[in-house]
Design a protein around this ligand. Sequence first.
Ligand SMILES: Nc1ncnc2c1ncn2[C@@H]1O[C@H](COP(=O)(O)OP(=O)(O)OP(=O)(O)O)[C@@H](O)[C@H]1O
Ligand SMILES: [Mg+2]
Length: 375
Amino acid sequence: MGSPFIYEEPVGPTELIDREHEAERLLDRLLDGRNTRLEAPRRYGKTSLLLKVQQDCRDDGLVSVYVNFLGVLTAGDIAERIERAYREQLDSPLRRWFTGLVRTLRPTLKAGGPLPVGAEVAVTPGEGGLLDRLSVPRRLMEKHGKRSAIVFDEFQDVLRAGDQVDAVIRSELERHRDAAAYVFSGSHPGMMRELFGTRRRAFYSQAGLVALGPLGAADLAEEIGRRFAAHRRDVGDALGPLLDLAAGHPQRAMLLAHHLFQRTRTGRAADSDAWGAALGDAVRDVDGEVQATWQALTATERRLLAAIAGGTAGLASREARVRYGLAKTGAHRGALERLEGEGQIVRAQTVTGWQVVDPLFALWLRSGREWPVWD
Ligand SMILES: Nc1ncnc2c1ncn2[C@@H]1O[C@H](COP(=O)(O)OP(=O)(O)OP(=O)(O)O)[C@@H](O)[C@H]1O
Ligand SMILES: [Mg+2]
């Protein structure tokens, strides 16, 4: 029987645990025409939440479009993503209207397409096409009197599409006050801060913050228990250790619950054997990712992560120096900032003042950079 725990892709609105409060806030802001930035570590459920909010917006009569910027390299790529989102997500008759409209817009210049004649002399030929596609909500309001709620997911990647692209985007969006409201979502805290928190950038202070924290233990316990029961299983005594290890990390909680479910037979309760086997399965799942993350770190970053995951002494302490080889002074400030910017660590009420975001990576770090053995 298929497991009721999805952990490899965004979940649908009916499978979303908790987040009612955040969904309501996002919807209210969109209905009020206010822009929002949604920030959370990787795999905290941003996209899943945004898909729910998109549905809520539609239920409230807004036109809602979700665009994912992951991997864009140019203004033309962004234009292409936006165009495709409208093409795929508008309901007819708006879809028919858009099909006609798009033929009147300047080209997107996506990679591989032909450059228009004379494009070599233009400074940024892709920007015209981008501006035209960004203007669609304004045209939709003029033509059909409909307001839009637009989600730009993985928005930090605009920074990779050229230094001025955020300014180009803002120049059009600031004309949308009555036509559309936006959610900008991103999983790279450093780049989101660069976009929305630096004075010289076009989006400085342009969007109120909604942040996603870990999921509550009570919500997770209830939902995991319910899904086991719905498939004639009992999560049993394994629930406690699962909640402790996942520490509210949404994707890690679902990953662990999935493997525990697979190791629990119909009509039975999950016991310590099942939990041990599930941990082994989970570790096999994430090992490649953990190794790749580790390989990409500098020596100072590794030492900091080990000390933070260890959590037994402050980063400037003698113990941190002896046990993890950390330099005494502020020599590691830059590395700390990088780790935080990359979303590897977040501030927390711990002895180091930090916490490793991924609890499975933290377990591996804590166990001497190898996996514990469960039998
Ligand atoms: N509220 C939730 N309820 C249930 N599962 C969740 C929830 N939030 C996240 N998840 C789990 O986390 C996984 C990742 O969710 P999602 O892709 O929405 O996160 P994300 O923050 O957009 O991730 P990324 O940073 O990789 O874009 C989902 O497959 C699901 O297992
Ligand atoms: Mg996502």
